[in-house]
Structure formats: C-alpha cells, structure tokens
Design a binder for this molecule. Structure first.
Ligand code: HMG
Ligand code: MG
Length: 297
C-alpha cells in the first residue's frame, strides 16, 4: 500500500492557542520526541506578530536549536516579508504562507483581504525562491467559516489555484473549525483537484465534531496522500471561534497502519510523546488511541 505522508503541526498549530507560555525547553523536547518517533516534517513555529500570537514569539530560538540541514524538515508559518526575513535569518529551508477561502476569516486572522494577502504572498514567494526556500500554501476555512458559515468549493479552488500558480509546492486544505463531513470534503476536493493536481494537495482537518478521521478516510479514497495532524490532538486557531484541536497524529497513524499504509512512524513512541506533552500542559491525552494505549497502573 502507498506511503502516506504526515505533516506534524503540533509544535505550531498544537501550541499556538495555549494561554500559558510553553517553555522553550518543552517545545524542543516535544520536537525531539516527535523526530525520534519517525516524523520527518515537523512544523516548528510561526514568524507572526507576537502581539497576535504570543505563544509563537520564540520561534527563532526554536529554529536555532534545530538541525535545519538534516533529513527532517522544520517548516514555519510566514505571513509577510517581515516574517520571511526573520525566518531566513535563522536558516530556514521551508516556510508556509497561509490564506483563507473566507474573506472575513482572512481579515480576522491576518488583517488583510484575500486579494491583499495574495499580493503579500507573491512578494514572500519571490524572495523565498531567490533564497532557495520551499513554500507550502495553506487555505483555511475550506468547508466552513466561523464568521460566514458554509464556504463554496469554488471559493476554495480559486485561492488554492492562486497559491499553486505562484509557486507553492503543496496546498494544504484546512477545515479550520472541523465542520466538514465526507460529502462536503469530497465536494471541495473535487473542485480543487480541477485546478491543482491531487498529488499536490494535503488535508488539514481539525476534529471539532469528531469527523476528522472519517474525512481523512474519504480523502485517501480521493487520492490525497498527505495529511497534517497534531500529536495528542492539541491545537486550534486563536482567530477561529470553535476551532478545537487538530486531528491527533496517533489516531491518524492508527488508521493508516490499519489500512495497510506505511508512515514510517513508531506508534508506541508517538503515544509516549502525546503523554509527555499532555503532562507538560497539565491535561489528559486528547486522542482516542493515546487513551486506549495508556499503560494500566
Ligand atoms: P498587522 O497588525 O496588520 O501588521 O498584522 P502590520 O504590518 O501593520 O504591523 C503591525 C505590527 O506588527 C508592527 O509592530 C510590526 O513590526 C509587527 P509594532 O510597530 O506595532 O511594534 N509585525 C510583525 N512582527 C513579527 N513578525 C511578523 C510581523 N509582521 C508585522 N511577521 C500580521 C498582520 C499578519 C502580522 C498579523 O495579523 C499576524 O501576525 N497574524 C497571524 C495570525 C496567526 O498566526 N494565526 C494562526 C495561524 S493560521 C492557522 O492556525 C490556520 C492553519 O492551521 C490552517 C487551518 O487550520 O485552517 C494554518
Ligand atoms: Mg490549523
């Protein structure tokens, strides 16, 4: 069966919404454990305004402690030229720009209209290309928006195409508030795959309504081979009311291994990592698999 790639977004999407500042040492230990569990792409931070997202303010220190030339990729979010310059100064090899299919969400999240955000990204892309940095593109609110409700698949396709045409090597489609079900997700994927090759698409599902695993299963059937997830199901976007955690990496890995797909990930070590970060944050493990595989006392 095919290899399915997992992009671990726990250190970024997982932690960005935490109210208490997570110490740098905890972030680094989390990333080390994720790497040792076999994750090869670990989104490590965000070069965004510390006034908007205080938890990501130490992203430069995180990157400086990592081996950016090794086999593991550590992308970071970048919203504009200022963020890119700061990320380049740390020697980053990969970044992600992040736009939205919803006009209101775009304003609330990055203080720009969709059209203005795409202009900003054009500039980021040009500079990134000259620095030999790979760029991934996110589209948020691909099924629904916390402010506008349902989002038409065609709106998603338009933004995804714009990001792909400007040079993003992959487009990650974010169900930011987890409202999708397989039928709405498949309708959205159908529209987007007319304008971006399916092998260039990734699924980014939040699990607010418990639908993420069903949506991933459906998306695999539609040919999607990359999924974003967050260890222990941590996560949420500070600018999306009702956006609870990302789908848990250990739940996705359990699904994929059960279906016979390869991931290169050691599930037991991953569950240990979920236990580590949950304990550090003072809460129960948020995933079904993490709870099922917890050692009995
Ligand atoms: P702005 O206020 O319009 O920016 O924010 P500005 O250009 O007017 O500058 C205002 C101040 O911000 C200035 O500082 C700048 O230096 C500073 P001051 O003079 O007031 O002291 N600034 C920056 N500082 C650090 N890094 C930067 C930067 N840019 C400006 N890059 C901005 C615009 C985009 C910066 C802001 O809206 C922002 O940072 N937004 C980020 C929001 C965010 O991180 N959201 C969560 C990530 S997206 C997500 O979770 C969804 C995803 O997971 C997919 C899904 O689930 O759908 C990806
Ligand atoms: Mg997200």
């Amino acid at each position: 069966m095919a290899h399915i790639k997992i992009v671990e977004v726990g250190p970024r999407d997982g932690l960005q919404n935490e109210k208490q500042l997570v110490p740098l040492s905890t972030k680094l230990e989390l990333i080390r454990r994720l790497r040792d569990a076999g994750l090869t792409t670990i989104e490590a931070g965000a070069f965004v305004s510390p006034k908007w997202v205080p938890q990501m303010a130490d992203s430069a220190e995180v990157l400086k402690a990592l081996d950016l030339s090794g086999p593991v990729s550590y992308p970071v979010l970048v919203p504009n030229d200022q963020g890119l310059e700061a990320a380049l100064a740390c020697g980053v090899k990969e970044i992600a720009v992040f736009g939205a299919a919803s006009e209101t969400f775009s304003q609330k999240n990055i203080n720009a209209s969709i059209a203005d955000s795409l202009k900003r990204f054009e500039s980021v892309m040009a500079r990134a290309a000259s620095a030999n940095v790979r760029v991934r593109g996110y589209v948020s609110c691909v099924v629904g928006c916390p402010y506008e409700g349902k989002i038409a698949p065609q709106q998603v396709a338009t933004v995804a195409k714009a990001l792909y045409d400007m040079g993003c090597y992959e487009i990650s489609l974010g169900d930011t508030i987890g409202v999708g079900t397989p039928n709405t997700v498949l309708a959205m994927l159908e529209a987007v795959s007319h304008v971006v090759p399916t092998e260039r698409l990734a699924g980014h599902f939040h699990d607010t309504y418990g639908m993420a695993i069903a949506n991933i299963h459906a998306a695999i059937g539609a040919g999607i081979g990359t999924f974003d997830s967050s260890v222990a199901g941590l996560g949420g976007c500070p600018y999306a009311r009702g956006a609870s955690g990302n789908v848990a990496t250990e739940d996705v890995v359990y699904l994929l291994h059960g279906l016979g797909h390869e991931t290169g990930i050691d599930l037991a070590r991953l569950v240990d990592t979920a236990r580590f970060i949950s304990a550090a944050l003072g809460r129960e493990v948020g995933s079904r698999v993490g709870r099922a595989l917890a050692p009995t006392e």
